[in-house]
Design a protein around this ligand. Structure first.
Ligand code: MG
Length: 416
């Protein structure tokens, strides 16, 4: 089989609209996602795709700089690329884990195309053809049409019901940490009452104090909880919470590398590790981490950091090959209005998405869509993820000191 060598690396920033602005504990997604689309091209003209969060001139410049390391690099030498781009002993000066991830996605995509197999076959072969997802319900501001607000208990129950109807979800994740814990407790209990057959999970993005986390956790014992996700920041706060709350705790914040995973094995603070193909530095790192979790009988799930179709494909291939995946995966995907891949948004059926079967990642760029959303990015630029357009002057602290007011139906003007 002919070796593939990297000839060029290109990065394009896009912004793709969401159905409505998504509120979270640290700020807001201001009605759209900003993502960097990465293309790695080989001497034979095979193009592999990668993706990561954020973008702009500085992000694109980082990828141009990686050409100095990788032009001429043989694509199959993924471990060597890991040391070239994210050498752990150089990480104090050179923290490029997410850059490595985007490049790894693209190289696996190239290898799959060159070998005529899906990425899941390279990763060990699929155990399932579809991956189940959770509904991922956010509090939301109304969109520019005045629709889509999720703020009250009734609106959240209706929103979860709509997502269940449209996509078939049977697991509901609530992104909290926006309003005071007692208000969000009422919202969560209402969901449990409205969907008694479904599984639930709650994630306040680590903005509670440990005492708030314990109080909330104890209050939801007895509901159909998959787990309580990042109720408090730090392994020690999680450990204290875990001593007093009788349900699994999950994290995507305090175990995101192998050092932290080892620390959590030696002195357990978290039961379920949410694997993010970007945060961990690639799909293969997640497969390795899942094997460690399997050995020590920790749970694993698939985390979402706000993906378009390329990263979603990495999550699907990961989900397809993990023997110990016992939970529905997370995705922000169904909040998007469009995608940059051919065919537009991938389809949910029965709460699941089919793992792509084409060679490589199994998704292709739609050049027209890519151009349109690149133009939209050039018009709108970035937005501050850690600021809330409806709460000028508020900044997130840990633990949070000022909750949003659930009686305020704010209309925020977000340019489109
Ligand atoms: Mg989380």
């Amino acid at each position: 089989m002919k070796a593939q060598h990297i000839r060029d690396i290109r990065a394009t920033t896009v912004t793709v609209p969401l159905e409505a602005p998504l509120r979270h504990a640290n700020g807001c997604h201001w009605g759209r996602f900003v993502r960097t689309i990465v293309e790695v091209e080989t001497d034979d003209g095979i193009i592999g795709l990668g993706e990561l969060g954020g973008g702009g001139e500085s992000a694109e410049a980082v990828f141009r700089a990686t050409k100095g390391y990788l032009v001429g690099h043989e694509v199959s030498r993924l471990e060597e690329m890991r040391f070239k781009i994210a050498n752990p002993t150089a990480s104090l000066y050179n923290n490029r884990t997410q850059v490595l991830a985007a490049l790894e996605f693209a190289c696996l995509d190239i290898l799959g195309q060159a070998w005529g197999v899906p990425v899941s076959e390279i990763l060990g072969g699929r155990l399932r053809d579809r991956v189940q997802f959770a509904s991922y319900c956010f509090f939301r501001y109304a969109n520019a049409d005045g629709a889509g607000e999720v703020r009250t208990v009734e609106q959240m129950v209706a929103h979860a019901g709509e997502l269940k109807r449209r996509f078939g979800f049977t697991t509901h994740k609530v992104k909290g940490g926006v309003f005071a814990p007692d208000y969000e407790l009422a919202v969560y209990r209402a969901l449990a009452g409205a969907f008694p057959e479904d599984q639930l999970r709650f994630d306040p993005n680590a903005v509670w104090s440990t005492e708030q986390a314990i109080r909330f956790g104890q209050a939801i014992e007895g509901l159909r909880n998959d787990y309580l996700e990042d109720p408090v920041f730090g392994l020690h706060g999680m450990r204290r919470t875990r001593e007093k709350v009788r349900m699994p705790l999950a994290t995507n914040t305090v175990v995101v590398n192998f050092e932290q995973l080892a620390a959590n094995v030696l002195n357990t603070a978290v039961d379920v590790i949410l694997l993010d193909t970007t945060f961990w530095g690639g799909i293969r790192a997640c497969v390795k981490a899942a094997a460690v979790c399997d050995t020590f009988q920790l749970g694993v799930a698939v985390h979402s950091s706000g993906e378009l179709g390329i990263q979603l494909a990495t999550m699907l291939h990961l989900g397809a090959v993990l023997p110990n995946l016992a939970f529905a995966a997370d995705a922000h995907y169904h909040h998007l209005t469009d995608d940059v891949i051919e065919g537009g948004l991938m389809k949910y059926e029965g709460g699941s998405i089919a793992v792509p079967t084409g060679p490589g990642l199994g998704v292709k760029l739609d050049r027209d869509r890519l151009g349109a959303y690149q133009d939209l990015y050039r018009r709108l630029g970035n937005y501050p993820y850690d600021q809330d357009p409806g709460r000028p002057g508020w900044s997130p602290t840990v633990p949070n000191e000022r909750w949003a007011d659930p009686t305020e139906a704010r209309t925020v003007s977000i340019p489109f």
